[in-house]
Design a protein. Structure first.
Length: 281
């Protein structure tokens, strides 16, 4: 089946989590690419873990990126959660000793793979078992099987490396049954992404009513075209990797369509959890 999510030139959405831009002494965060055949569905597999026992719990921020994530607590294995698109940041308190692995699905991918209405998860984090019991069971069995195999070997430490190929095989099998996204959604989605979210929704020029387009976006990504555009715009700013100094001198936020500095700071803080001055210091 044709992968309608991945156009050869137009599909260029690259979600950023600040974790990928930072280096910590006692914490490791890594992202790994999926197989080429899955890159229209999965942005990355990721791993977040403490390298040493932390003296205090870690406040960990997840910013708005337009994606749906499944993540697994390696210490328990049975704890598999799913987090939908978020219009604002989410703060988690991580324990003194933690180890998570995750799958980050590109916008519309989870809906295409599992015929799921993404709006049911918007701004929520839920046990995967509540959302898709069969997927939870199959993932749990896959992870447990490789975890047991790893620990049969002396001095072996279980990590994401052991799961990349099994994950690729697992999701490639599912992708063969994926449904194609509505071409009108795809057309509007590409225009939003290719303009970095700086487009008047009324000027998308898609052959569908604004009401129906809103329903399509709600189903595939979990939010309206306007709300999704704001996330794309925020992510576009992160991709520039600005500093406090360049924000002052070059004022990227005007180019990205923010009305003024106050508007930019307010929206940035809502999606990031920090002001730009604190986030980019």
């Amino acid at each position: 089946m044709t992968n309608m999510l991945q156009g050869p030139k137009t599909y260029c959405f690259k979600p950023i989590q600040p974790s990928s831009l930072h280096e910590w002494a006692d914490i490791s965060y890594k992202e790994y690419m999926p197989a080429p055949s899955l890159r229209g569905y999965i942005y990355c597999y990721w791993e977040l873990k403490s390298l040493e026992r932390l003296s205090t719990p870690l406040p960990y921020y997840v910013v708005s990126d337009g994606c749906i994530d499944i993540f697994i607590d390696v210490h328990t294995l049975s704890d598999i959660d799913i987090m939908g698109l978020s219009n604002k940041y989410h703060a988690f308190s991580l324990s003194h000793d933690f180890h998570y692995i995750g799958i980050r699905f590109l916008p519309a991918a989870f809906s295409s793979l599992f015929k799921f209405n993404a709006s049911e998860l918007t701004d929520y984090c839920e046990p995967l078992n509540f959302v898709n019991r069969e997927l939870h069971k199959r993932l749990n069995n896959l992870i447990a099987r490789h975890w047991e195999a790893a620990y049969r070997q002396p001095d072996m430490v279980f990590n994401l490396h052991q799961l990349i190929e099994p994950f690729n095989a697992f999701f490639n099998q599912i992708a063969r049954q994926a449904t194609e996204v509505d071409f009108r959604f795809k057309l509007a989605f590409d225009k939003i992404v290719n303009t970095r979210g700086i487009i008047d929704i009324e000027h998308l020029n898609v052959p569908v009513s604004s009401r129906h387009l809103r329903r399509l976006f709600k189903f595939y990504v979990g939010e309206s075209p306007k709300a999704f555009s704001k996330i794309v715009r925020f992510q576009s700013l992160l991709s520039l990797n600005p500093t406090v100094e360049t924000l002052k001198t070059e004022k990227f936020f005007y180019e990205l369509g923010y009305y003024d500095q106050a508007h930019f700071i307010k929206e940035f803080k809502r999606m990031c959890g920090f002001t730009p001055a604190k986030a980019f210091k």
